[in-house]
Structure formats: C-alpha cells, structure tokens
Ligand binder design. Structure first.
Ligand SMILES: Nc1nc2c(c(=O)[nH]1)N[C@@H](CN(C=O)c1ccc(C(=O)N[C@@H](CCC(=O)O)C(=O)O)cc1)CN2
Length: 286
C-alpha cells in the first residue's frame, strides 16, 4: 500500500486562513504586525524563499520590510542593517535569511538581533528559552514538522523519532521540541558520524531526514508503518529538487511528506505564526 501524504501545502493554507483573522483582530486594536527580511547575496534559492515569505505576509495582512545587501557585504554592513531593523518600529519581527555568505560570522549577526523581534526562533535567547521550556518563538521548520504531524493525526506521544542532520535550522533544535512533555517523543539525532545509520533508521516510528544527501533514506531502512518527513533540498541537473528520501519509501511508510509541497510550505506558515504570536504577546503585555 502507498503511504498517505502529509500535505504541507493544504495544512499551510489552513494555518494562513486562521492567521488572517488574528491579524485583522490585531489591526482592529491598532497593531499592524510587520515582518522584516534581510537577504545577503544572490543565491536564487534564498531569494525565492524570501520572496515567498513576503507573498505570504501580503496574503494574511502582515506588512513587509525588505532589506538586501550584495554578496560582497562586510560583517559591519550586515550588522548595520540588523541595528536598523532592531530600531524600526514598523518591523515587529524579522529574519536574516540563512546561509550568510562565507566569511560572515552568522552567530554574531544572530546575537545582535533584538530577541523580542526574532521571528525565526534562532536567536540564542530563543533557543535558550526552548531549552528551558519557556514561551518564545520556535524554529520554523521543526515547528512546521510538529504541526504537520499533528494536523494529520500522526501519534507523536511515545514515538521514537530518528532525526538525520545536525544543522542549525532543523536537526539541532527539533529534539528539544519533540521531547517536551506536550509532545513526549523519544529522539535519536544521527549525523555523518553515526555508525550503522540503517539500523538506527529501522527503529524509528518517525524519520526526519534533513541531511541534504539525495535519497539517503532507502526503502529497506524504513520500518513498515513509519512516518517519513523529507526536509532535504538537493538539486538535479535541471534544477529540480531531489530530497533525502528515496521515492520507493512511499511503498513502505504509512505517511510521507512530499518534497516539494511538504515541510517547505509549513516552514513559511510557521514563520507567520511566530510574527503574529509575538505581536499578540506584546499587546497582551501592554
Ligand atoms: N533564516 C532562515 N533561513 C533558512 C530557513 C529558516 O527557517 N530561516 N530555512 C531554510 C529555507 N527556507 C526558509 O527560509 C525555506 C525552504 C523551503 C521552502 C519551500 O517552501 N520550499 C518549497 C520548494 C521550493 C523550491 O522549489 O525550491 C517546497 O518545499 O514546497 C520555504 C522556505 C534555510 N534557510
């Protein structure tokens, strides 16, 4: 039997529709949420993601503040824009699109952001709050994965989740979300140094593949009935996405996220959730 689809496009559309009403309520109270983005360089993928984020904002009524720097920008040039966004009252939350060009100290840039305006959940303060289980913005892709599973009724409570990849946007933080009492999963984090990866994968009720290695997860690595989320973005000769999950996995798994159309749209939707939640927190505190 072929796996059921974890439909990121449809789930993101439902989230955006609910957010439209929440943004309207904020505006009625005199608050207009505004998302800022900083794009450095001319990577076509990053540009597409940033443009998508602004298109989403327009759809739900969030204002947009777009900043761009060339790939030759210095650390100081980037930090100057970060300071400007920190000070800009129209920008209630913002992101610095990653990765930044080689030679730029990404951690220093993230640390300089106003943590109250961190829309990505990647500021050290936000990651610390996640460790301490305090409210704050959550990293968008891990948050999107949890919501995608919940929306489709895939059991997380008690599940053994195997994560592939230790990058900053997914692998490092998803275990923190999934092991909270509210999610209650058990998480194994695998990476390029993991011995006998197939054996680890075969134990999993849920696999999150975010290694960036085309078709790394093969049908024989997957326990029948597992849920498999494909976060990998590699490109073939024609520029088409090749995920981390082999297409044959759909014949073994019970659930699979398409790629494109799975985790990517959820990443975008959860960014909007972070922006709206931050604006709501500010108004309820004020
Ligand atoms: N500051 C950040 N940088 C990056 C993040 C992030 O969360 N914050 N995540 C990724 C890129 N990303 C968002 O920024 C992102 C990736 C993919 C998608 C998406 O919708 N993809 C489509 C396919 C698009 C294509 O054809 O290329 C899909 O999956 O359907 C949205 C956002 C790294 N950087």
């Amino acid at each position: 039997m072929t796996a059921q689809i974890l439909d990121g496009k449809a789930t993101a559309a439902a989230i955006k529709s609910e957010l439209t009403a929440r943004v309207a309520a904020l505006k009625a109270r005199g608050v207009t949420p505004g998302l800022g983005t900083l794009l450095v360089g001319d990577d076509p993928g990053s540009r597409w993601y940033v443009n998508g984020k602004h298109k989403d904002c327009a759809e739900v009524g969030i204002a947009s503040i777009q900043r761009e720097l060339p790939g030759t920008a210095s650390q100081e040039d980037i930090e100057e824009v970060v300071r400007e966004l920190n000070a800009n009252p129209e920008c209630t939350g913002y992101i610095v699109q990653l990765p930044l060009p080689k030679g730029i100290d990404t951690n220093r840039v993230l640390e300089l952001m106003d943590p109250l305006k961190d829309a990505d959940g990647l500021h050290p303060m936000s990651l610390g709050r996640l460790v301490l289980n305090e409210p704050g913005p959550l990293p968008c892709t891990p948050y999107g994965i949890v919501e995608l599973l919940r929306h489709h009724g895939v059991a997380i409570n008690g599940a053994h989740v195997v994560v592939l990849g230790r990058g900053i946007t997914v692998g490092r933080s998803i275990g923190l979300l999934l092991t909270r009492k509210s999610e209650n999963a058990t998480v194994t984090l695998c990476h390029t140094g993991t011995r006998d990866l197939s054996e680890q994968l075969r134990q999993a009720d849920i696999i999150v593949a975010a290694a960036g290695v085309p078709h790394l997860v093969k049908p024989e690595d997957v326990k029948p009935g597992a849920a498999v989320l494909d976060v990998g973005v590699s490109r073939d000769g024609e520029g088409k996405i090749v995920g981390d999950v082999h297409p044959g996995v759909a014949e073994v798994a019970a659930w699979i996220s398409p790629n494109p159309g799975g985790v990517g749209p959820m990443t975008r939707a959860q960014l909007l959730v972070n922006v709206v939640e931050a604006a709501e927190r500010t108004t309820s505190a004020g």
